[in-house]
Write a protein that binds this ligand. Structure first.
Ligand SMILES: [Mn+2]
Length: 229
């Protein structure tokens, strides 16, 4: 690991926290011109400004630092709704209403029949800035850098990395979390909220549940170790 990687946990619509944490990473002693920024997914849903979070990440991708934005299960739910509006209720269960509202589109409280879902999809698609759908469509599921694997949720223990499924990498909790390790890689992930960043010998969970705690975690991974920014 010759350069610092800054990994960011689940953001869930909190653009202000994201901006503060990116600034904190840039101002930290771990930062260098060649530092890489890896976002672990779950940018949207629940919090107030999912659209603003996507704007900021698109700006990062176009900016001076190498930036990898992985997909979380919430981005997959949003994409799926845009493809299959019949999944609206499922997405709303996951906090999708806040995402839709962040694009200035209102959500009905009830009566989510088929015509309503289709109309909602059309209104959302119209309200989304041009870069947002391509952003959602181009999020990789995993990123490998040396011995480190970055994924939203985790991997299935005992299964070779090449055989891992997108569903596991974006959704798994057990048996991944209980597995004592080691895995094929050191896994840096989010998805399952923890009170404090959980930095173990074989994996690090940095989802500190920003939407409930106001705490977004950034982990700096350097040659000297791992440091919470
Ligand atoms: Mn998640």
């Amino acid at each position: 690991m010759d350069r610092t990687i800054f990994a960011f946990g689940d953001i869930h619509g909190y653009r202000d926290l994201l901006c503060e944490k990116i600034d904190a990473a840039r101002a930290s002693p771990y930062f260098g011109a060649d530092s890489e920024f890896v976002f672990l997914g779950d940018y949207v849903d629940r919090g107030p400004d999912s659209a603003g979070v996507i704007d900021k990440l698109i700006e990062m991708q176009a900016g001076e630092h190498t930036t990898i934005c992985l997909t979380g299960n919430h981005e997959l739910a949003m994409r799926r709704f845009l493809d299959e509006p019949g999944t609206l209720l499922h997405w709303l269960d996951w906090g999708g209403g806040a995402t839709i509202a962040s694009y200035g589109v209102g959500t009905p409280r009830r009566a989510l029949g088929r015509p309503v879902s289709w109309a909602m999809r059309d209104r959302l698609a119209e309200a989304m800035p041009p870069g947002h759908l391509p952003f959602l469509q181009n999020l990789p599921v995993s990123h490998v850098r040396g011995k480190y694997l970055f994924v939203h949720a985790g991997i299935r223990p005992g299964v070779a990395f090449a055989e891992q499924t997108d569903t596991d990498m974006t959704m798994i909790r057990q048996p991944f979390l209980a597995h004592p390790g080691p895995h094929s890689h050191y896994v840096v992930h989010g998805h399952t909220p923890v009170d404090e960043p959980e930095i173990l010998a074989h994996r690090a969970n940095i989802d500190t549940c920003a939407y409930e705690t106001g705490r977004l975690t950034c982990l700096a991974i350097t040659e000297k170790g791992k440091f919470v920014v």
